[in-house]
Design a protein around this ligand. Structure first.
Ligand code: GLU
Length: 445
């Protein structure tokens, strides 16, 4: 479609140096043609141009001193993308690969993911190229304090509510929150989510992304009359999302046979999740130590997707662009019937096109991993009420939300008569239409 092509081309010219951002734009915009065909007036209103441009980008320096007294400087960012539905909401990523291209892709996707949760949150993302790996607790603390010393003036419970992402978990959120409270001199719990349970965090937030992913997967399998129990699964990653996806998948009788980290992967008939939790949550170590701890299973270097393991279910929960066309072909050739993304954009656009062509059930991250941010929004509700729900209450709400997201997808497939099962287009259409409606209702901002 000409309008979409034109906007994509303009951004390609303006942001030549932002490949991840361009990739995400292409994935989203090319699948929402039906919206713009139905509403030719959107072009005159420059809806797409308004959508692809972040409302605000903040960049700042983050100086900090290591334990030896050596000074370092990292880059800090916050992309406040779209607030039509509510305060900017989205994680902070601390990882050496962080740059503006990565954060703009994540922020753009976050707008529609958050819209799908049905909760009142806009989209944003932030982070730093700081690498927490191998740093001591006090180094991480000093970094977080320096980061928040700049960020605090741009956020607030009704303005922008950051949370965790890769490299930012409970420890980092604690340090960030402490510094915010210290500078502002006010106990404003709703400013960050993913907090510790003792100071305003929500039960089940830690588990939410992984659990939510499996809830979505189960809905998708049910809609296609597939029984999950007894199927084999590969889960890449071994962070928060992967660990709790494995836990929930196992509870439903799915056999998880492999997990991975940045260097290698483990293969085991029955993954010992306790051992993985110990390595990753307590020791902050490598999966290399798994066979020793679990007393079974094997560790290999390289990508789990090059191992040609036979599995019906694949849950990519590591990072973006883990799966290209070659790996997608191998996944399908090894018997896969469903892929659900726990990470953001782990499959590139060629991989996704291949799954769709082969009739693989494919759940894109913005639908399948929305349980994390949805539970963050539930944490915000609890903070506003000054009250907390039980684990079961939060989990029940999460299940409900994941069901609703699935329903929005199947409704969009019906309403727009998508010619085959296409959760990518459906999630993008359903997520985007709400944002567009809210933007139009609020004038030409
Ligand atoms: N980083 C997570 C995501 O990609 C969670 C964000 C949040 O809880 O705000 O959705």
């Amino acid at each position: 479609m000409k309008y979409i092509e034109r906007v994509l081309e303009e951004i390609k010219q303006k942001d030549k140096d932002q490949p991840e951002f361009n990739q995400a734009l292409e994935e989203v915009l090319k699948s929402v043609e039906v919206i713009f065909k139905k509403h030719p007036e959107y072009e005159k209103m420059a809806i797409l141009e308004r959508l692809v441009e972040p409302e605000r980008i903040i960049q700042f320096k983050v100086p900090w001193t290591d334990d030896k007294g050596v000074a370092h400087v990292n880059r800090g960012f916050r992309v406040q993308y779209n607030s039509a539905l509510g305060p900017y909401k989205g994680g902070l990523r601390f990882h050496p690969t962080v740059n503006l291209s990565v954060l703009k892709f994540l922020g753009f996707e976050q707008i529609f993911k958050n819209s799908l949760t049905t909760l009142p949150i806009g989209g944003g993302k932030g982070g730093s190229d700081f690498d927490p790996k191998g740093k001591s607790d006090s180094e991480v603390m000093r970094f977080c304090q320096s980061f928040m010393t700049e960020l605090y003036r741009h956020i607030g419970p009704d303005v922008d509510v950051p949370a965790g992402d890769m490299g930012v978990g409970g420890r980092e959120i604690g340090y960030l929150y402490g510094q915010y409270r210290r500078i502002r001199g006010i106990s404003e719990r709703g400013v960050l989510t993913g907090k510790g349970i003792g100071y305003g965090g929500s039960l089940a937030r830690k588990e939410a992304t992984g659990y939510g992913l499996v809830y979505f997967l189960l809905e998708m399998l049910k809609a296609n009359n597939i029984e999950p129990a007894g199927l084999n699964a590969i889960v890449s990653g071994s962070g928060n999302v992967a660990i709790y996806a494995v836990e929930k998948a196992m509870q439903h009788g799915i056999h998880v046979i492999a997990m991975s980290d940045s260097r290698g992967y483990i293969v085991d008939e029955k993954i010992d999740l306790k051992a993985v939790k110990k390595i990753k949550e307590e020791l902050r170590g490598s999966l290399k130590d798994y066979p020793k701890l679990a007393k079974h299973g094997q560790y290999f270097e390289g990508s789990v997707y090059d191992a040609k393991l036979k599995a019906e279910i694949v849950l990519p929960c590591a990072t973006q662009n883990e799966i290209d066309i070659k790996r997608a072909k191998a996944i399908v050739a090894n018997g896969c019937i469903a892929v659900a993304e726990g990470a953001n954009m782990p499959d590139n656009n060629d991989a996704i096109a291949y799954y769709l062509e082969k009739g693989i059930l494919f759940a894109p991250g913005k639908a399948a991993n929305a349980g994390g941010v949805a539970t963050s929004a539930l944490e915000m509700s609890q903070n506003s009420m000054r009250y907390s729900w039980t684990f079961e209450e939060v989990d029940e709400k999460l299940q409900d939300i994941m069901k609703q997201i699935h329903e929005q997808c199947t409704d969009a497939m019906k309403k727009y008569r998508l010619d085959k099962i296409n959760y990518v287009a459906a999630a993008n259409i359903a997520g985007m239409q709400k944002v567009i409606d809210a933007m139009i209702a609020q004038g030409d901002y």
